[in-house]
Design a binder for this molecule. Structure first.
Ligand SMILES: *[C@@H]1O[C@H](CO)[C@@H](O)[C@H](O)[C@H]1NC(C)=O
Ligand SMILES: [Cu+2]
Length: 270
């Protein structure tokens, strides 16, 4: 009789991720050797068979997203019910991490944002909801309209990769990188934006001395949900339309930058 783990290995190919969104499958530092990221399919592996990697795992087996009505929960930090990666990517301040998504659909245009959180102790035992993230870099709309050229198009053109530079001068320590794509193709509808956060543990070496700003997440009792009703007083993550789009029938897209700080105060759009 085959062992449980053999059965799991045999049945794995039958598990299909529903749609071709994506996840960070691997990372390189300064173009060096491949470091495995994570894979939603590992959820189906017996516990002892799951590779130990720097990538956090989450309940995103549908390859899906975190919707704005969950932005006041810990799920927006590292995806749904995330658990920490068990190793680290080793890098120094100033190094370039290349994040390899396994795929990304052309239609899912939007910003790519990188945040860092310092772990108090080991990131391998951190809780997503206790991390305080500081936005370090962002990219969004590049040119054109309807919907134009976005950083997600650059990602697709670069073999589904996006680069992240560890800030030069960053103090050594254990950090979680939250690397997030926000797909805006449905953001013209209430609760329609799609956040795809991916977390990776980084052990930063070097001799930098700059710390991230110390901001503690507010107690969960004071966090407010992102309203998704249409009353005038609510804040919505809704695309702004260019004048051309306003007059035409074009789908709303967002030629603007999103500033998200979901663990602190919801979101603003500029
Ligand atoms: C593209 O990325 C994959 C990993 O996702 C890698 O195996 C492949 O070598 C890359 N191709 C090029 C041309 O860099
Ligand atoms: Cu989709």
């Amino acid at each position: 009789m085959p062992s449980f783990s053999t059965l799991a290995a045999v049945s794995l190919p039958l598990i299909r991720l529903v749609s071709a969104h994506g996840y960070v499958a691997g990372i390189t530092v300064n173009g060096g050797s491949w470091v495995e990221g994570s894979n939603p399919n590992w959820f189906y592996q017996p516990e002892g068979d799951v590779p130990e990697t720097p990538g956090w795992q989450a309940e995103n087996q549908d390859n899906g997203f975190v919707a704005p009505d969950s932005f006041a929960t810990a799920d927006i930090a590292c995806h749904k019910s995330a658990t920490p990666g068990q190793t680290y990517v080793e890098a120094a301040s100033g190094d370039t991490l290349t994040l390899y998504w396994n795929t990304w659909p052309d239609s899912h245009k939007g910003p790519i944002i990188n945040y860092l959180a310092k772990c108090s102790g080991e990131c391998t035992s951190a809780s997503a909801g206790d991390l305080s993230f500081t936005k370090v870099s962002e990219g969004a709309w590049l040119s054109g309209s309807d919907p134009g050229d976005w950083v997600t198009d650059t990602l697709i053109a670069q073999n589904f990769t996006s680069d992240f530079e560890v800030p030069s001068g960053l103090a050594p320590g254990n950090y979680v990188l939250r690397h997030e794509i926000i797909a805006l193709h449905s953001a013209g509808s209430e609760n329609g934006a799609q956040a795809y956060p991916q977390c990776i543990n980084i052990k930063v070496g070097g001799s930098g001395s700059t710390s991230l700003p110390r901001v503690s997440p507010p107690p969960s009792s004071t966090r407010r949900p992102i309203p998704v009703s249409s009353s005038a007083s609510t804040v919505r993550l809704t695309a702004t339309r260019s004048p051309a789009q306003r007059s035409g029938a074009a789908k709303p897209m967002c030629p603007a930058t999103l500033f998200l700080d979901p663990l602190v105060d919801g979101l603003d759009m500029v």
